[in-house]
Write a protein that binds this ligand. Structure first.
Ligand code: WQD
Length: 342
């Protein structure tokens, strides 16, 4: 079985991708510094697949440890790189924390991969790099706009670093530009695990519904959208995880058309904040206490993916809809309430 390194593999998207990799027959090794996740997720993954992934608690910014890891693991055939800080608001407050962590860890990883002659990289990128696109749905050749946050800027710079490395080495890379990942595995044994007050919409919705939060604030209903609330492309995290396996297989079977490729990984549909709330209430048969408040600084009005390239070139498309994703998010929240990770 080909051995794959997943950095950030105990995180939200990382853990779901480890499950899909294992179930596709890969031997998975996780490196994670647990800054934004729990080692208990390794047990949860094992409960789902019956296979315990090898786990190393390690910070990718620790060059020596990372180089030693690759020297001791010469059979790694590819890397899926999730490990990074990803809170937009926090990045505006602590930019250097984001530039240091997200960029220095990537450079270390690329150098260690080059030394180990490990040449296949799937990179976790984001639709944030498009800012507010002039044209919707947004396609991969849309202009990359000035990032609206240091977090988004680290994703833009990371893609540029990877492109330059593919030009001067044997590295092949695929950047997957995520839209808005939501939901949880159907077993409700893994899911989104925000530490502290959630920044993202769905965990705030589920925590309000379960009574951990008094009410959800809807950031603005004066946008130029059908119901005035902002529109996003919400994609089930399991569909997103599967895209990583497809991307890896594209490179390992030498199907890549160039040494760097980028794909939008979204559903191709836009839903407003109120759409999401009303759908969540309907599919879970409950009410969410919310209040419309002023807009959140840095938010774009509306963005959703043109998925033609992912569908036709990568050969991947979403299979799970918004309702299934919102049901799974609620099932996961109920499990958290029952102390599943305690
Ligand atoms: C979605 C919508 C909010 C919370 C961010 C990152 C992106 C990616 C996904 C990492 C917006 C509204 C939210 C709340 C609300 N992360 N909202 N009340 O900002 O689209 O994208 O997360 O890759 O890079 O930028 O996601 O979930 O924060 O917000 O009304 O309490 O929900 O205004 O319209 P966002 P989000």
């Amino acid at each position: 079985m080909a051995k794959i390194l997943v950095t950030g593999g105990t995180g939200y998207i990382g853990s779901h991708t480890v499950v899909e990799l294992q179930q596709s027959g890969y031997d998975v090794v996780i490196i994670d510094n647990l800054a934004n996740s729990s080692e208990k997720i390794v047990e949860q993954i094992t409960k789902i697949t019956g296979i315990k992934p090898e786990f190393h608690k390690m910070d990718l910014c620790d060059r020596n440890k990372l180089f030693t890891f690759f020297e001791n693991n010469k059979d790694i055939k590819g890397v899926i790189h999730f490990a990074a800080y990803k809170a937009v608001g926090e990045s505006a407050e602590f930019p250097l924390k984001y530039y240091y962590n997200n960029l220095f860890s990537l450079v270390n990883l690329l150098e260690a991969m080059q030394k180990a002659e490990c040449n296949n990289l799937v990179f976790s990128s984001s639709c944030t790099i498009y800012g507010q696109p002039e044209e919707l749905p947004v396609s991969e050749n849309a202009p990359i706009q000035q990032a609206m946050s240091p977090y988004g800027n680290t994703k833009q710079i990371s893609e540029e670093i990877i492109v330059d490395q593919t030009k001067t080495s044997s590295l092949h890379a695929i950047a997957l530009r995520y839209f808005n990942p939501i939901g949880a595995h159907k077993t409700a044994l893994i899911g989104e695990l925000p530490l502290g007050v959630p920044n993202n919409l769905i965990p705030f919705v589920t925590q309000t519904a379960i009574g951990k939060r008094e009410k959800l604030r809807v950031f603005g209903n004066d946008y130029n959208t059908p119901d005035g609330t902002a529109v996003r492309d919400y994609i089930h995290v399991v569909d997103l995880a599967k895209a990583h396996v497809v991307a890896l297989e594209r490179m390992s079977s030498k199907k890549s058309e160039s040494k760097f490729e980028a794909f939008n990984i979204g559903t191709g549909n836009g839903n407003s904040v109120l759409d999401v709330i009303l759908t969540f209430e309907k599919v879970n048969n409950l009410k969410v206490n919310y209040e419309i408040v002023e807009r959140r600084a840095g938010d774009v009005e509306q963005v959703w993916a043109n998925t033609d390239k992912a569908n036709k070139v990568l050969g991947w498309k979403t299979e799970l809809g918004l309702d299934v994703a919102l049901q799974s998010a609620w099932n996961w929240e109920k499990n958290l309430e029952k102390g599943i990770l305690e």
